[in-house]
Design a protein around this ligand. Sequence first.
Ligand SMILES: Cc1cc2nc3c(=O)[nH]c(=O)nc-3n(C[C@H](O)[C@H](O)[C@H](O)COP(=O)(O)O)c2cc1C
Length: 455
Amino acid sequence: MSTPHRTDRPKKQIHLAAHFPGVNNTTVWSDPASGSHIEFDSFVEFAQIAERGLFDFMFLAEGLRLREQAGEIYDLDVVGRPDTFTILAALAAVTEHLGLTGTINSTFNEPYEVARQFASLDHLSDGRAAWNVVTSWDAFTGENFRRGGYLPQGERYERARTFLDAATRLWDTWKGDEILADKASGEFLSTPAPGAFEHHDSQFDISGRFNVPRSPQGRPVIFQAGDSEEGRDFAAAKADAIFSRHSHLDDGQRFYVDVKGRLERFGRRHEDLLILPAATFVLADTDAEAVELAREIRLQQVSPATAIKLLEQLWNRDLSDHDPDGPLPTVDPSENDDLIAKGRASARSHGDRLEQAERWRAISQAKGLSTRETIVEVTGRQSFIGSAETIASTIDDFVQADAADGYILVPHITPGGLAPFVDHVVPLLQERGVFRTAYEGTTLRENLGLREPTR
Ligand SMILES: Cc1cc2nc3c(=O)[nH]c(=O)nc-3n(C[C@H](O)[C@H](O)[C@H](O)COP(=O)(O)O)c2cc1C
């Protein structure tokens, strides 16, 4: 595949990161090569492979409630997820350069607590902490918390904005020279009152003293993941990087132009915000073998039982008696707003259900596909498929063509699935001169090539 490059500038350096695969059907937990998603050894192996590949960071998503479908725990995919801070803190001790990015929502937490946790992680890791600020979307998850499923979308972003402002204020209370710890004179502090803060806005009314001294990065690198207008504006105003789902060329370029185009409005520069889509890959010795392998993986990801569950998520009704090897249901999707699938982001993204179902029916009929084959066809999000040479040149082309600044890779096997990429694709990117051969800096911010935050 060849993509037009901009020739009026030096080649962009590619950023790479690794998403520990989680609770979606991307993960083929039943494959004999798959390990645990809970045991710490898996996280260590995954992180160390990423670091061996000189990746910028490792990424953890967040899900705060077990998923359900039709009132039952959804256990066709991985179930369960340990706490982000605990894992990242432990990983700080067994890695040296890798950034540690945690998804933590701003809807159910408090700024003081989250600011303390990230400042502590930044200390523990010598400046490798990053926060993916998400707002979380559903009342079902909210039921786990004291306030319940509160806040409509607009207010969630209002809270996210003010939450991040409050956390930033807390981080900035310490300038970095407050601790003398002079054993001879017995003076511990150079100033009598460090960490003083006051923050009052529509969401928070807090004051006191922040008790974590300034951390190596001052504040963590900030990520954002929402895709709505509000989400994109929030990212353009506040974030250092966006985690998106736009991993294909045209779609990625549209998203890139849109979000980077918003920066000026917030007094920011083009290079102040990195666009890093999530991307999967299927790697084999030849392109033809990779295409075949990709098809096998899709069939592992969409078992007959999974096909029916994914069908139910669009139809929003019980289809447990439907034959996955038969045609799509003739009954139409339910218009009911109460979703059959709970705690699942993709369930909200179907838009007009009837329209979507008609689209699936048209594809199914045109290609003569069964229900399962249709689901395989329409839900596939495989990004890079091919030999190492093909994948390296496609990623390079996409980045140079501004479809992204790099990719957050999501292997389908945990924890070893990243290794083939590191061993076979990374060296080719290095040969092309578009990927580092050693970490440039000591902090994540330095490795990402981001400016120091202004205070
Ligand atoms: C690529 C991507 C990844 C996300 N990952 C998470 C996540 O791990 N945990 C979470 O609670 N929300 C996650 N979100 C949800 C967003 O933070 C946000 O709450 C949701 O997308 C609704 O906002 P929006 O309407 O702006 O997209 C993710 C969203 C996107 C687009």
